[in-house]
Design a protein around this ligand. Sequence first.
Ligand SMILES: Cc1ncc(COP(=O)(O)O)c(C=O)c1O
Length: 445
Amino acid sequence: MRIEPFRMERMQSTFENYVDYNLSESGVHPMRVSELLEIGGGGAERFLDTELGYSQSNGTEELRDRIAAFYDGAKRANILVTNGGSEANYATLWSLLERGDRVAFMIPNYLQAWGLSRAFAGRADAFRLLPRRDGGRMRWALDTDGLRRAVTKRTRIILVTNPNNPTGAILTEEEMDEVVRAARRSGAWIVADEIYRGAEVSGRTASSFWGRHDRVLITSGLSKAFGLPGLRIGWVAGPAAPVSRIWSYRDYTTIAPGMLSDYLGRIAMDPKRREAIFSRTRAIIRRNLPVIEAWLRSHDGVFGYIPPEAGAIVFARYALPIGSVPLVNRLRTGKSVLVCAGDQFGVGRHLRFGFGSDAEYMLRGLQRIAEALAEMAGARPRRATGQRPRRRPPLGARQRGRAEYSDRLPGPQDKDPAARSASISTRASRFASSSVATRPSSCIS
Ligand SMILES: Cc1ncc(COP(=O)(O)O)c(C=O)c1O
């Protein structure tokens, strides 16, 4: 089976540890083992005494009980522990999809499941979050017409990421109901990646899709809202029978979570301690969001954004005559700063900045980006005498005019010329049927 490259992850995997400033991460600064043990009431000795055998393959009973407690009425049998949220997504899609199925897929998004859907089923149909004014503020809102068009009788899965990566948007209750209605109409499963749930700016944990429909599978994990990506603990929550089936697929991948990770995961998922960890995450987000917002505002001729509602990420639109992947490459090679390219989430002319690290570190990275912007402005060709000026209006002004969201989905256009010519036309025609004229984005509010 051939699978297209997962471009954003490939870029991060290759470069994130080889730059001076990594602002590509979407989680908060990770916790230390010692911090976690302390939250758990000490017990370093017991932890160090752990025998490194195989752990229970679907997660220890205690860990599954604790994860189940995160979902109203869920039981141990509803939970499968995986190696990271990414394995939860992988095993879930692998177990559900057959060739010829379709997946309705939220864009913008973390595109792991986009690539998997196309590999397992052959086809994914996009529906979008679009910038929209709602209740006096701009937000990324669900395009319900686009959702209706994307979901057909052949749709096996409706895949949402909520809270969303890269926008940090949270679906409203009405939007969640709309997704459920679409699933009921078509008989599709809702696969809801809720890995950012718990990292809300407001401090109110976002609603889950759990319990809204009998065909719901939640994928999640400790990597984002819990600040524990190094544990590689993820999970699937859903009805017992499909969860058990997904477990049997997992026998073919990594068999079991690591023993030490299961141990530490039990501390993090203890309902009494979970909120303390969320508080740490939210404190980092609340501290750093105003810092990056101030920086973006100081470049408002270049950047505009809709404030995120969750996650340590801000998805900023830019007004520069360069695609997002070349821009990211330029910042990396010229300034040793890594951010993520909008095209690799399905939306062009955007950058995703991670602001979950130490604020000083982030500001130094942003300063390097500012230098690059200044150099790019200085390097723009001067116009010849007599020519009419071609001034780009500031972003705020252009936002009141036409938006310039890309209808391109990420793919070979970003790299690799050979692959590019092979698939760009099919992608373009496929996407045309699901694309919608975008509305102007807001931003600084
Ligand atoms: C929406 C989403 N799901 C899953 C993952 C992967 O999570 P993990 O690191 O736990 O495998 C990510 C990572 O960025 C993500 O953004």
